[in-house]
Design a protein around this ligand. Structure first.
Ligand code: 7TS
Length: 404
């Protein structure tokens, strides 16, 4: 693979920040976009822009065709049985809220348990907490070990017949831990629990196949995988989607409407009220084409090289504490430096052209678990290079000199 050539597909990376070449290491928050995606969106607005599913004129036909083609691409990309199992959302957060408010509201009773883990992003905690308040269901979580992996010692007690839904993150955005999704989903199935996988950090980074994993739901965000912001997808197994009531009401999701009542379309349209983010969906389709041309296995391997190299190099910085597992991990390294607050580290790095994120990363319970107010996080994607990681390490050594 010619990763340097691939990197040149991303115009934004070719710039100086504060007098230094930009080193963009905030990919877990949002990835950059290749020219192919930017051009697809421009082309849509320059040549095809119209509303979808409504008119019989040429532009609307083209827009509808491109929109529905993108649904097919998403379905194939994650191994759905049919593209009708793909619902377009605003992102991972909305996908989780959709399931909590439809499947959850219709199925949860006070005697039921919602199981999640101690390493969830707030977006995989708060919607379930709201649901528990509404339904009387109980919340339960799998604890996290010191090495950043799940403590599965008591899994058979935690994941018992009371559990109605087990929802968990595939790759942690704060630790880099890759959870054993297939194994956990199989355990949940054995006790009759529905499973929800938060794929925000995984779908753009490694091959994900919902039929192989066996999950009932999977949510992810386009902007973390080279696509535009404001769009994402929710996969739901058709047997479940068919039984779920709608969430948002409005145009496009109905079959018949009278002044008294309405009937609804089949999935996925039942869950897509109003004019969708058409250019976003088409842009996401272009991002998937782009990622597939590189190959998800290749991306995963390159990610692993980058994070291994980073962990090895960063271990040499005095006063550093690196969170997350020692071995195989996602493409990010979160750490704490005993000489400076994460926000100060991030600011210092920014003054040297290095973009990172500092804070709790929307995982406050996890920060409490590790007794840290926050961490600094360097997160990589396939367009990052080993040289950039060396530059990061150089800047962290300089930070140590600066702050001590
Ligand atoms: N789940 C995980 C694991 C995430 O990392 C994020 C976003 C979300 C859900 C929510 O995704 P959204 O696209 O709906 O916002 N994570 C981060 C992050 O780590 N830094 O900024 C956003």
């Amino acid at each position: 693979m010619d990763w340097h050539r691939i990197r040149s597909d991303f115009p934004v990376l070719d710039q100086q920040v504060n007098g230094h070449p930009l080193v963009y290491l905030d990919n877990a928050a949002s990835s950059q976009k290749p020219r192919a995606v930017i051009n697809t969106i421009s082309h849509y607005y320059e040549r095809d822009n119209a509303n979808v599913h409504r008119a019989l004129h040429e532009l609307s036909n083209r827009a509808t065709e491109a929109f529905e083609q993108a649904r097919k691409k998403v379905g194939q990309f994650i191994g759905a049985k049919t593209e009708d199992e793909i619902i377009f959302t605003r992102g991972t957060t909305e996908g989780i809220n959709l399931v909590a408010n439809t499947w959850g509201a219709a199925n949860l009773r006070p005697e039921d348990v919602i199981l999640y883990t101690g390493m969830e992003h707030h977006s995989n905690l708060v919607p379930w907490q709201l649901l528990a308040q509404r339904t009387g269901a109980t919340l339960r979580h799998i604890p996290v070990l010191d090495d950043g992996t799940l403590d599965l010692t008591n899994i058979d007690t935690l994941l018992n017949e009371q559990v109605k839904i087990f929802t968990f993150v595939h790759i942690s955005n704060s630790l880099g831990t890759i959870n054993p999704a297939k194994e956990l989903i199989a355990k949940a199935k054995a006790v009759g629990a529905v499973t929800f996988l938060d794929g925000a950090q995984s779908v753009g980074h490694l091959p994900v196949n919902v039929q192989d994993l066996g999950c009932d739901f999977l949510a992810f965000s386009s902007h973390k995988m080279c696509g535009p912001t404001g769009i994402g997808a929710l996969y739901g197994r058709m047997e479940l989607l068919e039984k779920m009531p709608p969430w948002h009401g409005g145009g496009e999701m109905i079959f018949k409407v009278s002044l008294e009542a309405s009937t609804y379309k089949d999935p996925p349209h039942r869950f897509e009220a109003g004019t969708p983010d058409i250019s976003g969906v088409i842009g996401l389709g272009a991002a998937i084409d782009y990622l597939q041309a590189i190959g998800m296995e290749n991306i995963h391997r390159h990610d692993a090289n980058l994070s291994n190299h980073a962990v090895q190099q960063m271990r040499g910085i005095p006063g550093i504490r690196i969170l997350g597992p020692d071995g195989h991990r996602g493409s990010l390294v979160a750490f704490h430096l005993d000489f400076a607050h994460p926000h100060d580290v991030v600011e210092f790095a920014n003054s040297h052209g290095v973009a990172m994120r500092g804070g709790h990363h929307c995982t406050q319970p996890l920060m409490k678990r590790f007794q840290m107010p926050g961490t600094t996080r360097a997160s990589f994607y396939f367009y990052n290079t080993l040289e950039e990681i060396n530059r990061l390490v150089e800047v962290l050594h300089a930070a140590r000199k600066f702050f001590t």
